[in-house]
Design a protein around this ligand. Structure first.
Ligand code: TRP
Length: 328
């Protein structure tokens, strides 16, 4: 049997996950996990969360909540260890070594950083925040990750990871693979106002939203501004709600398109149908979430097991690193 490819991906524990997280990354994690040809590791990047928020009083709660969303979405801990970054000390060590292999100016050119500095009111940038992608490179390479399913915004960090892997290998000998990013088809599912889906913009549908909430939110979604009332012909390709049909209602896509273009299908009905399909998609997630919510000790055990497995892999990689560096 060919060797399974290693997948490493993760998220910062910043709160409930929404459909953008699902469409951008989670969907791929689960599909690749179930494909059989990969071995997945999923990291709860709690140290990364510190780069934008020093207050850690809720970090455990956020981590568990995010884990519940992952499990609800189909991450199977029997196949895919899940763990907190802070519980595997080797992350800090590899980050330190990698920090010598990259220049300050390379990190200052990181487009994700530039975007955040522009969009968010961050104040002065900490040393750790500048090094965000270096910590992330450590996350990926500590497990010798080869495939990194993420959203589009993370690709610059994967490029930095590749550069670090290459530089380490050139300097000390071949220890690390050069990982590749992997995007989903809908790597950017827009929010209900047509902008990027983001909690801070208030345009999200959460994976844990109850059905009525989803319907209520969908009713407020923007549509083709030229279609004012039923009877007006609409343009599905500029309509946000149609994007949701394409993603969650493939079997009716063509019928919806025709209805919209001819004017026969009004926006209200179209939205209700989208909400109905979305709820059909979300129902099994809600059910799985409820089961795990009712078994908090099991969730804790899943995390502890995942952390033990991750530590084992991390320890071995660091042996390779020390050996290559003649610091064994
Ligand atoms: N930077 C990622 C994000 O903000 C989270 C992350 C941390 C990550 N470490 C990772 C993603 C390693 C992929 C691989 O979403």
């Amino acid at each position: 049997m060919p060797k399974k490819k290693i997948i490493l991906s993760g998220m910062r524990p910043t709160g409930k996950l929404h459909l953008g997280h699902w469409a951008g990354a989670l969907e791929n994690w689960v599909a690749l996990q179930n494909d059989g040809g990969y071995s997945n590791y999923h990291i709860i990047a709690d140290y990364h969360a510190l780069t934008t928020k020093l207050d850690t009083s809720h970090i455990y709660e956020y981590s568990i909540n995010m884990l519940l969303d992952w499990l609800a979405a189909g991450v199977d801990p029997a196949h895919s260890p899940v763990f907190r970054q802070s519980q595997v000390k080797e992350h800090a060590e590899l980050h330190l070594i990698f920090s010598m292999l990259i220049t300050k100016s390379r990190l200052e050119r990181n487009p994700t950083l530039k975007e955040q500095v522009r969009d968010l009111d961050l104040g002065p940038i900490s040393y750790g925040y500048l090094g965000y992608p270096v910590l992330q490179a450590g996350d990926i390479l500590l497990y010798k990750g080869e495939v990194v399913p993420v959203g589009e915004d993370q690709l610059p960090h994967i490029e930095i990871t590749r550069e670090i892997a290459r530089d380490f290998n050139r300097q000390y000998g071949n220890v690390f693979p050069e990982p590749e990013g992997k995007l989903t088809q809908f790597s950017r599912l827009p929010g209900l106002d047509g902008r990027r889906m983001s909690k801070s913009l208030g345009n999200t549908i959460f994976l844990s939203d109850p059905a009525e909430e989803v319907t209520k939110k969908m009713k407020k979604a923007v549509t083709d501004p030229q279609k004012l009332r039923k009877g007006d012909p609409g343009r599905p390709d500029v309509c946000l709600v149609f994007t949701y049909h394409k993603k969650f209602n493939l079997s009716e896509e063509e019928e919806i398109r025709r209805g919209c273009e001819s004017g026969q299908l009004g926006c209200v009905d179209c939205k209700l149908r989208a909400a109905e399909r979305l709820n059909r998609f979300l129902n099994p997630l809600r059910e799985r979430r409820r089961q795990y919510e009712n078994a908090p000790e099991e969730v804790e055990k899943i995390l502890k097991n995942g952390e033990a497995q991750a530590r084992e892999v991390a320890r071995k990689t660091m042996q390779d690193v020390h050996q290559a560096m003649k610091m064994g």
